[in-house]
Design a protein around this ligand. Structure first.
Ligand code: GLN
Length: 394
């Protein structure tokens, strides 16, 4: 059999999706892969049924059905404070995942450098490999996950083509402040660098933090590619509807890459998702309130279980420090997550899959689950320390 490409040797299986498999194997409550266990708003489901009955069933315009792009441009213009033209500033993609890789392939030549904050969402490593870009990692250090200006300046001094910014951040829940974004914007302008944002958690932010769109900062629209999706905002991660917003010259490139990668996002689902884009602003306030409640509920369980965590400012993940639990046992985060799923019945993601630095004592939970699911997981987590000690003795 001929050899497969060297490219695919660069990355392994997604650790996040591996944990979902392990959760299923042990029947554990799955707080690893971040997706809700509740339904999208009923308007979307009704519109989905109607789209199946009435169509469209054939290809939409490759860069997005015109009415979907118009509704999306209206909604994003309102939230981003920009005047977006649905014809020139937008491409609809199969999730933000496709928007990100299409953006990377559009702006980066093989061998060019890309700044990535660590911890980072695991796809960015794969995006760099697929596009041939070389990542320069800049640490966000716990407990507040701030960057060191000198380190960021040193990264920019290497002449990167782009910087990837996940805001609010998966996995650490950091919401970049306006001051931090202005610093990034200043460096991007000084070094003529693109900024590729992943803003899928734009509507999941906890007060007093607020989401600032980098593309809306003075002079930044022309060098920012804002990637996001409808997945988390409307609880439709399986619909795979995402988009990139950028200046026309960049959008023209992304359109071509997207066309050859996937042709287009599902036409009936674009039609159905219009019902989400038509929801009043109160929907987004309630979404944030709902997650504020879930965050408080789950963090309270972590406290009761005696676990140390970093409170997230946005998104629906929380990093837990397992060092106080495992002590000197030499158990790393992977072994711990396997044990946790098998013995405690709760699945988490080993934190090392998000860090460039060799840290093996964090795990990531997500809390986009029904209260009943979070409470059931919480009850199990109360047993964690007792079970750990019992297993250490035996
Ligand atoms: N974004 C989600 C997470 O971080 C889902 C990841 C995935 O499977 N694509 O868990």
């Amino acid at each position: 059999m001929p050899a497969t490409s060297d490219r695919i040797l660069g990355f392994g299986e997604s650790v996040i999706r591996r944990m979902t498999r392990i959760a299923n194997e042990y029947g554990a409550i799955n707080l690893s892969q971040g997706f809700p266990d509740y339904d999208p708003p009923p308007q979307l489901i009704a519109a989905g049924v109607a789209a199946m009955q009435n169509g469209p069933h054939q290809y939409a315009v490759t860069w997005g059905a015109p009415d979907f792009r118009q509704a999306l441009a209206r909604k994003q213009s309102r939230f981003m404070g920009l005047d977006l033209d649905p014809e020139r500033h937008l491409v609809v993609t199969c999730g933000s995942t496709e928007a990100m890789i299409a953006a990377m392939l559009t702006v980066c030549n093989p061998g060019e450098k890309v700044v990535v904050f660590s911890p980072f969402y695991e796809n960015y490593g794969a995006d760099a490999i697929l596009s041939g870009a070389e990542p320069i990692f800049v640490p966000l250090r716990p407990p507040h996950f701030e960057f060191d200006l000198t380190e960021l300046e040193a990264a920019f001094a290497q002449g990167p083509k782009a910087i990837i910014l996940c805001n609010p951040s998966n996995p650490c829940g950091k919401v970049f402040s306006e001051t931090e974004l202005l610093t990034i914007a200043r460096l991007a302008q000084a070094h003529d660098t693109f900024v590729i944002t992943d803003e899928v958690y734009e509507h999941i932010v906890y007060a007093p933090h607020r989401h600032c769109y980098l593309a809306a900062l003075p002079g930044m629209f022309e060098r920012t590619i804002s990637c996001s999706s409808l997945s988390k905002t409307y609880s439709i991660t399986g619909w795979r509807l995402g988009y990139a917003i950028a200046a026309p010259a960049v959008i023209d490139g992304i359109k071509k890459v997207h066309d050859f990668l996937t042709v287009g996002a599902a036409a009936p689902l674009q039609a159905a998702a219009l019902a989400g884009l038509a929801l009043p602003d109160g929907y987004y306030t309630e979404l944030a309130q709902g997650y504020t409640h879930k965050r408080a509920l789950f963090l309270r369980w972590l406290e009761r279980a005696g676990l140390t965590y970093f409170p997230p400012q946005g998104a629906y993940y929380v990093l837990v420090d397992i060092a106080p639990v495992v002590g000197e046992s030499g158990i790393d985060d992977h072994a711990f997550c396997d044990w946790l799923a098998r013995r405690v019945g709760v699945a988490a993601v080993p934190g090392s899959s998000f860090f460039r630095e060799p840290v093996h004592h964090y795990i990531r939970f997500h809390f986009a689950k029904q209260d009943a699911t979070l409470n059931a997981a919480g009850e199990r987590l109360l047993e964690l320390r007792r079970l750990w000690q019992a297993d250490q003795k035996s």
